[in-house]
Design a protein. Structure first.
Length: 459
């Protein structure tokens, strides 16, 4: 390595200071400080402001493409047999005939289509389930399962209660062991009850909500009224098939045999809960990050500045990622779904980690060089951590890029949000978070506003 460095120095390809910066990122030599990243900070701010303004404009128009988790609706992924000749126009014609002209049909492979529509109508007591990797034919169309209504209940402990209760799924089929939330139901709503189970903590009830079943606990209801007389089971011929089965039958009859690879339907109640929970996840993460940074740098003067600068960089990164998705969504078919939220939170974690690494080096430089100005210590910290930040980001981007090229559509939103977020987060840790500390300390913002105000007064 030394021989290679001497060759480059002798041939004047690159100066020693910049070469040593990347070959020895931990170097504390004064030569590395010749790379001044703090002085042109107003240009960093200008670039960040421009990207944020463009992101806001793109979010207004054309806007994001929401997935069914946030907009409600139904998604089907179907694979036609190899001997079936089919195109998008035929599939669109079938869905138009079934009163779904809004259907978005996307080809995802040979004779494979991803179809997104408004939520299917499913009659009470009719529930269907997709069995992956099963051979599909006309005879395999499942009619709705028949569930006998044994009574009715009213949600909410008191009639004056306001809010919602959770309808949950079971763990391993155990009705006394409830876990994931399947739906949120407003209080004072009447629901059909299909089954009752006495558990150690009270009675649980199997109810139907928006075409799905789930369990509620005795503590979440006010009244249960059993049927006065046994209800005779309804025969399958008397019960209308759910819209899912109708769609499958029509596709089979009009185009040919196919396999249903994926099926999901999200009601407006669930989609509203998903939007609310996603927003809460980002807000809670930001608050915890602010508290942690404030605590971690409590030994420094004005530690809240470090926390606020980290949150500003976090908001900056999130807004720009959303802006990129607003541009790429209509072009590449990228949707904002729960995988996207997971990717954004992951990218935020990397961004904050980079900022904290820079802040930690600033703290060390302030400790060892207390007579230096904050701008000098920040610039030294940036040059000392620049190579590490770039190397870490590139190492992460390479496998993500490979997965984007080779992976499937299911995780594309997740990968793209991380890919964009890592790039923007690396930039913000260098060009925004630490630069804000310096501008705050030297009073740049007050000076720029004063100059602007004086200019207006002179005019």
């Amino acid at each position: 390595m030394d021989r290679f460095r001497k060759y480059l120095e002798r041939s004047k390809v690159v100066s020693y200071s910049y070469l040593d910066l990347f070959m020895n990122p931990e170097s504390n030599s004064s030569d590395t400080s010749k790379l001044d990243l703090v002085k042109p900070r107003k240009w960093w701010f200008l670039l960040s402001g421009l990207l944020m303004i463009l992101s806001v404009i793109f979010l207004i128009r054309p806007g994001l493409v929401p997935g069914i988790e946030f907009s409600s609706g139904t998604t089907m992924l179907i694979q036609f047999s190899a001997d079936t000749k089919v195109d998008q126009a035929q599939v669109r014609e079938v869905f138009t005939r079934l009163d779904h002209p809004e259907a978005r049909i996307q080809s995802t492979g040979v004779n494979q289509y991803l179809i997104k529509t408004d939520q299917f109508e499913i009659p009470d007591g009719a529930f269907t389930e997709v069995v992956p990797e099963s051979d599909y034919s006309q005879k395999d169309i499942a009619e709705p399962a028949l569930l006998q209504v044994v009574g009715k209940l009213t949600t909410g402990k008191e009639s004056s209660d306001a809010g919602e209760i959770f309808v949950r799924s079971t763990i391993a089929g155990d009705a006394c062991n409830l876990y994931a939330v399947r739906a949120e139901v407003p209080t004072n709503r009447e629901l059909d009850v299909y089954e009752l189970v006495d558990c150690p903590n009270g009675r649980n009830y199997l109810v139907g909500v928006d075409g799905a079943t789930g369990w509620v606990t005795e503590s979440d209801i006010r009244e249960y009224v059993p049927n006065s007389a046994p209800v005779e089971p309804t025969t399958s011929s008397e019960l209308e098939l759910g819209e899912k089965a109708k769609v499958e039958s029509e596709i089979e009859a009009s185009i040919g045999s196919f396999e249903l690879l994926e099926f999901s339907s999200v009601s407006p109640v669930v989609s509203d809960a998903a939007v609310r929970n996603a927003a809460l996840a980002v807000i809670i993460a930001a608050l915890f990050i602010m508290g942690y940074v404030r605590f971690a740098f409590s030994t420094l003067e004005k530690p809240w500045r470090y926390a606020i600068c980290a949150i500003i960089a976090l908001f900056h990164d999130t807004l720009i990622v959303l802006g990129f998705f607003a541009v790429l969504g209509p072009i590449l078919g990228l949707e904002v779904n729960l995988m996207f939220i997971t990717g954004v939170l992951t990218a935020i974690g990397f961004s904050v980690h980079d900022s904290i690494v820079v802040f930690d080096r600033i703290r060390e430089n302030i400790t060892f060089s207390p007579r230096n100005s904050l701008a000098e210590n920040v610039n030294l910290a940036l040059t000392q951590t620049l190579a590490r930040s770039l190397n870490t980001s590139v190492t992460l981007l390479l496998p993500i890029g490979a997965l984007l090229l080779l992976g499937g559509d299911t995780i594309r939103s997740f990968l793209m949000s991380i890919f964009i977020g890592v790039i923007v987060g690396t930039y913000s840790s260098i060009g925004l978070a630490a630069q804000l500390l310096v501008s705050w300390e030297v009073g740049d913002f007050a000076r720029w506003l004063r100059i602007r105000r004086n200019g207006r007064d002179m005019a």
